[in-house]
Design a protein around this ligand. Sequence first.
Ligand SMILES: Cc1ncc(COP(=O)(O)O)c(C=O)c1O
Length: 364
Amino acid sequence: MEHGPQLSRPLTQHHPYVPGKQPEISDGTVKLNTNENPYPPSPQIKNAILDELESLRLYPNSSSNDLRAGIAKLHRLKASQVIVGNGSDDLLNLCTRCFSDEKLKVGMLEPSYSLYEVVASLQGSSLIRIPFDDDAFSITPKSIVDSGANLFFITSPHAPSGREYSMDCFRQILSEFQGLVVIDEAYADFAGQNALSLLDDYPNLIITRTMSKSYSLAGLRVGYALSSPEIISILDQAREVYNVDRLAQAAALASLNDRNYFEETLALIVKERRKFAMVLDEWGWKSCPSGANFIFTRPIDFKGESGPEVASDLYDYLSSRNVLTRYFPQHELTSSYVRISIGNSRDMDILLERIIEWKTQEQP
Ligand SMILES: Cc1ncc(COP(=O)(O)O)c(C=O)c1O
């Protein structure tokens, strides 16, 4: 544009986030591409939402106080250690807004959740990409400690591989790194371990969680971050005043309090994950042991071959038969794999049928 308003400098070089496909779900599509939960949210949210309807003329509680208190109780923390956001993406964005700029750099492991790059670029800060050590997505703490970043994002369990990292690894990073570490635990409820116990010892730790996956509330947009009261109060200064609406606050709290439903649906997903992993093992498909609600696997075709072309072919084959998965061709650690979200048993049966057709090249 020669005349008229100018774009802000960060926007001139910005590449927005590209979400996975979101088709209408009534068309019979088996949707295993964006790690949503196959079960409905807790039935308790219905009344919580209905009770809130008359109050919609009023602004919501700006700090989501009741929900903060509920989250604090669940994790045995103080409410001052919790902040709630419009999805955890909102909190990842807040972290870069508060702790990065043209001089304060953002770090991430490559490949990881690509939103980190997007929120860093919106803030106009440069991004330091640290490669993984090997194709099992191993991390060397020193590479993060020496990265020079002021804010470092680590996804654990990692996406797209599903790999979990040990608390020892995090301790080494947190005790030596000069900046802030965000451990994005979007998938931690499906994992065997999490970093909550590190909060007491490391004030430079922020843990982000989402209610989109394990609570089946992706459409409601609620996430939260846990950290020291000092960091939380900084994040609080920069967030939108009413960042979580009334319906979201009420429904998220009702859902959080329905522990039985949460545990039951979680167990079903973990069971399906185990069954699917066993089938992939029997086929000899290499998969990362997953602590998440998805499996990252390297397909082998009917000729016994694997690689980027094979993975891309399976992805296309499944898509054309209304089974959506995710394929990441951009990176050599991901291009021979597909990432498949864990669905309910019906979804997984259809998925397996389609994969077997592909493996044997029979057409339906
Ligand atoms: C690693 C990771 N972090 C955060 C998110 C975003 O979650 P939310 O729906 O809470 O914004 C996702 C969503 O897929 C994710 O994969």
